[in-house]
Design a binder for this molecule. Sequence first.
Ligand SMILES: NC(=O)c1ccc[n+]([C@@H]2O[C@H](COP(=O)([O-])OP(=O)(O)OC[C@H]3O[C@@H](n4cnc5c(N)ncnc54)[C@H](O)[C@@H]3O)[C@@H](O)[C@H]2O)c1
Length: 351
Amino acid sequence: MKLTVNLGEHSYPIYIENHILAGAGSYISQVFKGRRIMIVSDDNVFPLYGETLLSSLSGYDCHTLVLPHGEPTKGFQSLPTIYGAMLKARISRSDLVIALGGGVIGDLAGFAAASYLRGVKLVQIPTSLLAQVDSSVGGKVAVDLPEGKNLVGAFYQPKLVLIDPTVLDTLPEHFIHDGMGEIIKYGCIKDASLFETLKSHSSFADLKPELKDVIARCVDIKRVVVEHDQFDTGERMLLNFGHTLGHTIEQYYHYERESHGEAVAIGMYQLCLAAETRGLTKKGCAARILDVLRIYGLPHACGLPIDALTEAVTLDKKNLNNKLNLVLLHDIGDSYVYPDGVEFFEGMGNV
Ligand SMILES: NC(=O)c1ccc[n+]([C@@H]2O[C@H](COP(=O)([O-])OP(=O)(O)OC[C@H]3O[C@@H](n4cnc5c(N)ncnc54)[C@H](O)[C@@H]3O)[C@@H](O)[C@H]2O)c1
């Protein structure tokens, strides 16, 4: 299955096929005419899939950099290691960087590709569910600073994205949850029929035969949103549904308790519930979201007093002048931006 992100001269194809990794070379040869490639991956993913990718690239001069897995690798301090490896491999502006991994590798290698020699070509091969449905599409690349996540970054579109759903067979369950949080989000904000598909299954295992189509649906939703708002000044905000509360929950527990997907799940449900009581969302939506969260083993509450959250939201550097652009649902599949302040959360009790 092929989708094309239409962004003028920065347009690119996304292919979604089971076992596409083994044939990656032939897709890459369509967008890259050079010889030298730097593959950036992590120490979980490369031992599982590095050899398959390398075999498909046998005609190229391939170099690899395998970094430790996990969010700390996305720190700014990893950049000199990557630039150093690229210099050592004599990567020039006409060469290629391939990011093989989850969102951490995609964002980090993507930012390195965007900045090294003012930009070298990038191919994304996302291997986590979250990276396949979200981070590999749309061109946001970034690294973290000690002061916070994603504080240094760029908009840098890849030349190609290759999505192989079969690699998810080895993805730990915790990270399946992260991806499912985002998939449910897409249904909520843009696609009632995707939401119903998710609801019609009994678990992730039960959804698996349809996973390729579900991933494609999500990528297509993100594609359209990105085409309308490449630089995140309007419609792209809808992708943040559940994320304001979610980020606050993650931060409050120092990223040690709820995973990102779990925090977003709680954020989506609680926000919807609060919006229903204010007449801003059709009654019953929160209950429908709760049903789907339960199917995929995601939480809907974390027992935190709302005061703690409003304080954290107020302190968040991104929330200047106490202004929040909340993403709410009119109904499942139909979202809108609702500008308000932290007062919105007041009176919610425990979240
Ligand atoms: N650029 C964007 O638009 C965007 C959007 C959402 C999230 N993000 C970023 O994405 C990052 C999170 O991404 P993530 O959840 O993929 O994290 P991740 O890259 O850390 O991957 C999760 C874990 O799964 C492992 N893994 C990945 N694929 C695997 C596979 N197929 N088999 C076995 N193990 C595998 C990784 O080694 C890692 O331990 C965050 O830094 C976040 O800020 C970016």
